[in-house]
Design a protein around this ligand. Structure first.
Ligand code: CP
Ligand code: NVA
Length: 322
């Protein structure tokens, strides 16, 4: 039987059980930082950036080193990818040279084309539509602070049409959480994302609330999350966006409506005084720096897990479907 190569392009690419297996592996890898070597050789991982990054770049490089591999960071503008060579030809070439392809890009369709033509795992390191690696880190962080995920309520406030909102929705319901997304009219998740989230929630016991009412999302929430109001590529809309989302700021009055033990997430970079106040992000409920560190552990886990499931490496604790 030939094993199908597994990719991680959206939060829905993992079932509830698979997501839990990846988070368990992340926890194990965090405890035994240098104990897993699926990239021994060293094998190379190509990490492409069409957009800027600090955390993603450094966390992938650190994690790949800890997994025994070598990282090749490529700023796409300096390569042929997507503008001087088709994505499909690039995928076929890269897969003969590297063991995993990681890509931060604009259109989700580019990642899909890369994956369709690659015989090694392709990982979405942020697209216009999703940031699934970030959500693995976020869920790992929530699990560490709350003990478990299923049944918790998670509120996301702000630009509810961006990549983080979509990923909170899809990864959250996959974990069996009650996900509440609040933003202004016109900046809510697309209908197909909401439908996919509702379908997943029906399988896991989670639920979906999409609302323009920040108070409805916040009421008693166990987790409160936000993200920049101006995502990469939206810089021209900055002035109007800073006005548009004002009622969705995560500040002390907002936190007073959540559960008193709620934890606060932000993928960073953060803009204090806009989507989150300084007293909240720098206060006792904030777990944002655990969340940032967990990018390393979560991404090591998804890389190892995809290799194992694709029949490309043995990773302790991950069953192989050969
Ligand atoms: N959170 C996140 O992805 O950060 P970077 O843009 O710095 O990679
Ligand atoms: N929504 C933000 C996330 C940054 C990590 C963006 O896409 O710019």
């Amino acid at each position: 039987m030939t094993t199908t190569v597994r990719h991680f392009l959206t939060d829905l690419d993992l079932t509830q059980a698979e997501q839990a297996e990846v988070l368990d592996l992340a926890e194990a890898m965090k405890k035994d930082k240098y104990g897993y070597k699926p990239y021994a050789g060293p094998q190379t991982v190509a990490v492409f950036f069409d957009k800027t990054s600090t955390r993603t770049r450094v966390s992938f490089a650190a994690g790949i080193a800890e997994l025994g591999g070598a990282t090749l960071i490529i700023n796409s503008a300096e390569s042929q990818l997507g503008h001087k060579e088709s994505i499909s030809d690039s995928a076929k070439v890269l897969a003969r040279m590297v063991s995993t392809i990681v890509w931060r890009t604009y259109a989700q369709s580019g990642l899909e084309e890369m994956a369709e033509n690659s015989s090694v795992p392709v990982i979405n390191a942020l697209s216009d539509d999703y940031h699934p690696c970030q959500l693995l880190a976020d869920l790992l962080t929530v699990r560490e602070h709350k003990g478990s995920l299923a049944g918790l309520s998670m509120a996301y406030l702000g630009d509810a049409a961006n990549n983080m909102a979509n990923s909170y929705l899809l990864a959250g319901v996959t974990a069996g959480m009650h996900v509440r997304i609040a933003g202004p009219e016109g900046y809510l998740p697309a209908a197909d994302i909401i439908a996919a989230a509702e379908a997943r929630a029906a399988e896991t016991g989670g639920s979906v609330l999409v609302t323009t009412d920040a108070a409805a999302a916040l009421a008693g929430a166990d987790v409160v999350a936000t993200d920049t109001w101006v995502s990469m590529g939206q810089e021209d809309e900055k002035a109007e966006r800073l006005e548009l989302f004002r009622a969705y700021a995560v500040d002390a009055p907002a936190m007073a409506q959540a559960d008193k033990d709620a934890v606060v997430l932000h993928c960073l970079p953060a803009y204090r005084g806009y989507e989150i106040s300084a007293d909240v992000i720098d206060g006792p409920q904030s777990v944002v720096f655990d969340e940032a560190e967990n990018r390393v552990h979560a991404q090591k886990a998804i890389m190892g897990w995809l290799l194992a499931k694709s029949g490309l490496a043995d990773v302790a604790g991950v069953s192989q479907e050969r």
